[in-house]
Design a protein around this ligand. Structure first.
Ligand SMILES: Cc1cc2nc3c(=O)[nH]c(=O)nc-3n(C[C@H](O)[C@H](O)[C@H](O)COP(=O)(O)OP(=O)(O)OC[C@H]3O[C@@H](n4cnc5c(N)ncnc54)[C@H](O)[C@@H]3O)c2cc1C
Length: 402
């Protein structure tokens, strides 16, 4: 079989690439290794698919490479136009929930189906259970070989095979291997948006508790220097039976997996100074009476126990050092992190093909003319809340249009 444009991966970025390439009049074949394409879309957002964020701040996105190139990529398709594409072109009404957009139907399947249907309507051909094992550059294009030995050629190739997080979806990292085999260097890969682990039983015992926190990620401390601040944020933290999760942890986790950062939590709106002042003016209250006014009771007990206090201890009788420990525990608690849940449980793969190796307007490879790369394969990632699909939609469209 000889096709004009072949797209490897019929997930988020690949479907958009197929749709826009076919609309531009290209003969398009999009392949997926799975029988059911776009499985990651199906499981996204707890089966509801958080299609987009309601607002976008460029600074929320990360790359190990060039920030200006990342900003250029993000500006290629403004959020309101992406939203209009889903609502008008795909006839998929979206509903805002706080800072996120979901399909009104609340079904991720509707998003996947609408994308694939529209691409097929534009005359793209979809072939499932076609897992690409190898790609070779030939004189005129590319020769693709499937895991079962089938072969086909392509004049142009779009690599949209996703990352390697939750590999059971079919996005198993083979796209990175294909990019490498074609001559691309990759920045180091790491699990991003991933739950973290702790060995501390008293914190695991808080499983199920969720509360808004302020977090700070700090680079490893060196020679008495506390380590520079790598990132901060304010979102919900969830205690789990294994450690920590929830949007705050997911957003901060790449600083841990990539930079070996420590995470510091302020559990309430009060700063260390506020707590210092409140604890220094104790009256006749007990530690617990004060803490429970500001914290869930279980967390208040745990934090107090961690600095050696009992429920009945009176604030007036606290030794100075204990008071300082308590302020620290309340406003700058260092999470005791023992590891992370790895790619199997990460929502996104960080690192990948450097943006500098691609032409920014077309995402065509600077190393391999005729090859375009998009989606999670790129060294770019966003926080939780629809930002990673936004990257997939924008980059898939750019590659397809080109
Ligand atoms: C549990 C979970 C929930 C998530 N929820 C959200 C959310 O609500 N909002 C959000 O913005 N992001 C979410 N994400 C992240 C988001 O799903 C991804 O960032 C996005 O799907 C990446 O798009 P992609 O097209 O690059 O890759 P994918 O959507 O993963 O698509 C890649 C496709 O390529 C196919 N493929 C892979 N290798 C080959 C090969 N060798 N040959 C042929 N086909 C191949 C795969 O089968 C797959 O269908 C979630 C991720 C997970 C794991």
């Amino acid at each position: 079989m000889n096709k004009g444009t072949v797209i490897i991966g019929a997930g988020a970025a690949g479907s958009l690439a197929a749709l826009f390439a076919a609309r531009a009049g290209q003969s398009v074949l999009f392949l997926d290794g799975e029988e059911e394409p776009g499985r990651k879309i199906l499981i996204s957002g707890g089966g509801r698919c958080n299609v987009l964020p309601a607002t976008v701040a460029d600074a929320a996105f990360h790359t190990s490479g060039s920030q200006p190139l990342l900003r250029r990529l993000l500006s290629a398709w403004p959020l309101e136009e992406v939203q209009a594409f889903f609502e008008r072109d795909l006839r998929l009404p979206l509903r805002r929930e706080k800072d996120k957009l979901f399909p009104k139907s609340q079904r991720a399947r509707d998003v996947r189906d609408a994308l694939v249907k529209e691409a097929i309507k534009a005359k793209a051909l979809l072939e499932v259970s076609w897992k690409v094992a190898a790609v070779e550059r030939t004189g005129k294009g590319f020769l693709l070989t499937a895991t079962d030995g089938r072969q086909l050629t392509a004049e142009r190739l779009i690599l949209a095979a996703g990352g390697q997080s939750v590999p059971t979806t079919g996005s198993d990292g083979s796209g990175f291997a294909l990019a490498r085999s074609l001559g691309h260097e990759l920045t180091p890969l790491y699990p991003a948006l991933v739950p973290l682990l702790t060995d501390d039983e008293d914190l695991r015992a808080l499983a199920g508790l969720s509360l808004p926190v302020r977090w700070t990620a700090r680079a490893p401390a060196r020679d008495g220097d506390p380590g520079r601040v790598l990132g901060t944020g304010e979102r919900e933290l969830l205690f789990t039976h294994r450690g920590f999760s929830g949007p705050a942890i997911m957003d901060a986790s790449h600083f841990v997996t990539r930079d070996k950062a420590s995470l510091h939590i302020c559990w309430t709106e009060r700063s260390a100074e506020d707590w210092g002042a409140a604890l220094a003016d104790p009256g006749s209250r007990t530690v617990h009476r004060l803490l429970r006014k500001h914290l869930p009771a279980r967390l208040a007990t745990t934090l107090a126990h961690r600095v050696g206090l009992e429920e009945t201890d009176r604030l007036a009788e606290l030794p100075r050092a204990t008071r300082q420990d308590l302020v620290q525990a309340l406003a700058n608690f260092t999470l005791p992190i023992s590891g992370h849940r790895g790619f199997a449980h990460a929502e996104v793969t960080g690192g990948g093909v450097p943006l500098a190796e691609l032409h920014s307007k077309t995402l065509e490879s600077r190393r391999v003319p005729g090859l375009h790369i998009c989606g999670e394969l790129l060294d770019a990632q966003g926080p939780i809340g629809g930002h990673n699909f936004l990257l997939a939609w924008i980059s898939g469209r750019l590659a397809g249009q080109a």
